[in-house]
Design a protein around this ligand. Structure first.
Ligand code: LFR
Length: 462
């Protein structure tokens, strides 16, 4: 086996990046080539993604990657889940909607009048999130299209001209059978959806083919594209530097995805009631987890205050000595953009609780509330799945937040191992590298590569 370079495109809901990964015998490193902001854009008909801007950033980033490392062999793309574009005659029908748009609220009722929540859970194993793709489909005026493509698959299509549905991300649509891993034809029919728009499924590690000639010209090299765990959370969990099996993970970026990895889904009534999801992972693993509102609460608060000094605010929040009130970080009231500190204050007032008095105390309250929700979700994941948990791996952007890591250790009573920050891009790199023969073995051996290259920072409960 040799060594080689791959390019990882990782699109998060608040920022995107193109990274170069170098993988070889017992070697793993990544370095950023391009970073760019992302976020909801308000249009006349609701919240969307500025997909053309993202496309421009991705193409420029890939061209820069090729200039830096002309031998780069493959590209993999991951992003947030559930959102999609409709394609007809090779063209995109409008800009993709943002999952935080409120068009989904009425759609949820329509879907539930056709298929009950319990039947949905038995079929797809997903926690109820109002933005799961099946609800968004029900909110569409028309599904008259040749295909729907989830965001990473849309980039795959732009890069190669081929339309596929990568399986880990397809599992977040609500229309993939949790037991067979195939599109759920019976459910699709009951919901009256056109079966013809569902692309052929592929697994992570599958080659999607070479770049289209015009794209190769634009990027400056003839590369191939490889399917990765294209749901960002699937890629992040690949790169958890676990040394043992008894770990929980928190993939903390815009969201905090908190759970355990399993071989089989848990479809009990108790896990449905606790709103735990069974998402498809790389190598057929199951991500049994709960979505907790994550750094979104902080980034939206800073935006409302017109501040961009998160490190300073966190340092001040860490030295708040009195107690601050804690809110339910799972409350759907915090889903939409705008006025976050006001909405949190309202949450407290509605319950007769005095809201935090200053911006610093508000930050402390948010971080405490996230830590409480993280600790609860770890405990519940372990109880519902029967899996022992003796350590929590916190990966992603949130792993840089020392206060959050320490409070999560304190509230859970478990050690928290923090990092890597770029877990998602690293998982993306590793799945490509394995497909190219630059790395080999199970997820456990990929994870030991991560542990050796990015040793995590340890926080013990106080
Ligand atoms: C995280 C994530 C979550 C998904 C949410 C919406 O970035 O992909 O896993 O529930 O975004 O797509």
């Amino acid at each position: 086996r040799g060594t080689g370079f791959v390019a990882a495109v990782d699109l998060g809901a608040t920022s995107g990046r193109v990274m170069l990964g170098h993988v070889g015998h017992n070697e793993l490193s990544v370095r950023p080539v391009a970073r760019f902001p992302n976020g909801p854009v308000h249009r006349a008909d609701g919240l969307h993604w500025d997909i053309e801007a993202l496309r421009g950033h991705v193409m420029a980033g890939l061209a820069a990657a090729v200039r830096e490392e002309p031998s780069v062999a493959s590209i993999g793309v991951d992003s947030w889940a559930v959102d999609y574009a409709l394609i007809k005659d090779g063209r995109m029908l409008g800009e993709p909607f943002h999952y935080r748009d409120d068009r989904n609220l009425a759609a949820v009722e329509r879907v539930h009048s056709l298929v009950s929540p319990a039947e949905l859970y038995a079929a797809n194993g997903l926690q109820h999130l109002p933005f799961n793709t099946l609800f968004q489909f029900s909110a569409e005026e028309s599904l008259d299209a040749d295909a729907f493509l989830l965001i990473p698959d849309l980039f795959g299509y732009w890069l190669t001209g081929r339309a596929f549905a990568e399986r880990t991300n397809a599992s977040t649509t609500g229309l993939l059978s949790v037991t067979s891993g195939l599109w759920d034809d019976a459910l699709i029919e009951r919901l009256g959806l056109p079966r013809s728009i569902f692309p052929t499924l592929v697994d992570p590690g599958t080659s999607l083919g070479p770049l289209l000639p015009e794209v190769a010209l634009e990027i400056g090299a003839e590369l191939s594209v490889t399917a990765v765990g294209s749901h960002d959370t699937a890629s992040a969990v690949v790169a958890v530097p676990a040394a043992t099996d008894d770990f929980a993970y928190i993939s903390c970026g815009t969201w905090g995805l908190v759970g355990v990895e399993l071989e089989h889904p848990v479809l009990t009534e108790a896990s449905r009631a606790a709103n735990f999801t069974n998402e498809g992972g790389v190598d057929g693993r199951v991500r049994f987890l709960h979505n907790v509102m994550g750094l979104w609460l902080l980034s939206e608060s800073l935006r409302a205050w017109g501040r961009d000094d998160l490190p300073e605010l966190l340092a001040a929040a860490a030295s708040v000595s009195g107690s601050v009130p804690v809110f339910d970080a799972n409350d759907p009231a915090f889903l939409a953009p705008g006025d976050m500190p006001d909405r949190i204050a309202t949450w407290f007032r509605e319950r007769g609780i005095q809201p935090p008095a200053s911006e610093v105390e508000m930050v402390r309250s948010i971080v405490e509330s996230l830590a409480v929700a993280f600790a609860d979700a770890v405990r519940t994941a372990s109880e519902l799945s029967g899996k022992d948990v003796s350590v929590i791996h916190l990966v992603g952007g949130g792993s840089q937040n020392e206060l959050l890591c320490q409070l999560t250790a304190d509230r859970s009573g478990l050690p928290v191992l923090a990092g890597p920050v770029e877990a998602t891009a690293i998982g993306n790199v590793l799945v490509q590298a394995r497909a190219l023969g630059l790395a080999s073995g199970s997820l456990e051996s990929l994870r030991s590569l991560v542990a050796a290259a990015f040793s995590p920072r340890r926080y013990l409960p106080r």
